[in-house]
Design a protein around this ligand. Structure first.
Ligand SMILES: Nc1nc2c(ncn2[C@@H]2O[C@H](COP(=O)(O)OP(=O)(O)OP(=O)(O)O)[C@@H](O)[C@H]2O)c(=O)[nH]1
Ligand SMILES: [Mg+2]
Length: 329
């Protein structure tokens, strides 16, 4: 039976996946359990969530505090963390150097990048955190790459359009990650069985300037066109880069919401970034716990409302560009 998980469930599960402390994990699991549809199709998942909660409580008793953060855990800033992965020499670092101000190493030999490095890419009124990742191939891979991707908000998978073995290389990346329960998909599926993690992914064919590019791109589309959105770019000529940014933004399914104070104009410079399907409740939580606890009602301007200044409750689902005034007691 399909699980029919709701956006609220997915949002809580994402918080669980990205949690850094046992308390954060427990809080997210509790929320998952409270919003999961209660029927036969989710029995297994419910049991799994409860088992994880018990495990975390058990561990917290045994091993207090001592926690070392692994080097691949990169602090999240901006609208979302997006590792740029793929086979060696595809132009992952070159792409990051082109669309951010970061100083990353680009070279004509493979396996240039060894350690993950973050870089901010501006897009409209937000900043997306790209992470330059080491190559992933049959000859060489780093054991922590699936862990880096598991925590991510989305992924950019770069393919080399100048190389006629590209389809096989991309297949290897996708399959080997799937073996580690990290599933790259264009969009998260509506339903699922277990605890594998789905990462929204954009497939980027780079080196569109190369002679063989059209043929390789056609092969990629044949093989992965159903699974991922695909964009062709050339870092060298700059072709396709605007489309790349926009499509990545769409893949990330971000809802940007502005807040305003009663009687004042809204601050339209910096939006709050929420996951698609987020509610007024999620916005209040994001701003401050106190606002969440003392929330009485909201007023809303934007496409999710029926009219300007509509009064809304906690459960109201927000849309990109909405402006919300939060009233508290
Ligand atoms: N023709 C062409 N060459 C490119 C393009 N983008 C990158 N390159 C070249 O491809 C080579 C590899 O680029 P990198 O950015 O180092 O590739 P990478 O994927 O980061 O490689 P690793 O870190 O080794 O996995 C360099 O020689 C780049 O100059 C492009 O759009 N067209
Ligand atoms: Mg590199």
């Amino acid at each position: 039976m399909p699980a029919n998980l709701t956006p609220q469930y997915h949002a809580a599960e994402k918080r669980y996946r990205q949690a850094n402390t046992p308390e954060e994990k427990l809080e997210a699991l509790r929320e998952m359990l409270s919003v999961i549809p209660k029927h036969k199709g989710t029995d297994k998942l419910q049991a799994d969530i409860k088992r994880r909660m018990a495990q975390i409580k058990e561990q917290a008793k045994k091993a207090p505090a001592a926690r070392q953060v692994p080097h691949w855990v990169i602090e999240k800033v901006g609208a979302g963390q997006v590792p740029v992965i793929g086979p060696p020499n595809a132009g992952k670092s070159a792409l990051i150097a082109k669309v951010t101000h970061a100083d990353v190493r680009v070279a004509e030999y493979p396996f240039t990048t060894q350690m993950p490095a973050p870089a901010m890419m501006p897009f409209e009124n937000i900043q997306i955190q790209l992470i330059d990742a080491p190559a992933h191939s049959e000859e060489f891979s780093v054991h922590w790459l699936p862990e880096l991707i598991r925590r991510a908000d989305a992924c950019v998978l770069v393919a080399d359009l100048s190389d006629d073995t590209t389809v096989l290389q991309i297949e290897y990346v996708v399959d080997s990650l799937e073996e580690r329960d990290v599933v790259l998909m264009g969009a998260e599926p509506e339903e699922r069985e277990g605890f594998e993690v789905y990462i929204p992914t954009l497939l980027v064919g780079n080196k569109a300037d190369a002679e063989s590019a059209d043929a390789v791109l056609a092969d990629l589309q044949g093989m992965f066109g159903q699974r991922f959105p695909i964009v062709a770019i050339s870092v060298e000529s700059g072709a396709g880069l605007d489309g790349f940014k926009r499509t990545l933004f769409e893949v990330m399914k971000i809802t940007r919401v502005f807040t305003k104070q009663p009687g004042k104009d809204p601050d339209l410079t910096e939006p709050f970034v929420l996951a698609e399907g987020s509610t007024v409740h999620d916005l209040a939580r994001k701003i401050h716990k106190e606002i969440l606890e003392n929330f009485t009602y909201g007023r809303l301007w934007g496409s999710s409302g029926r009219f300007e200044g509509q009064r809304v409750g906690e459960d109201h689902v927000l849309e990109d560009g909405d402006i919300v005034e939060l009233h508290t007691r």
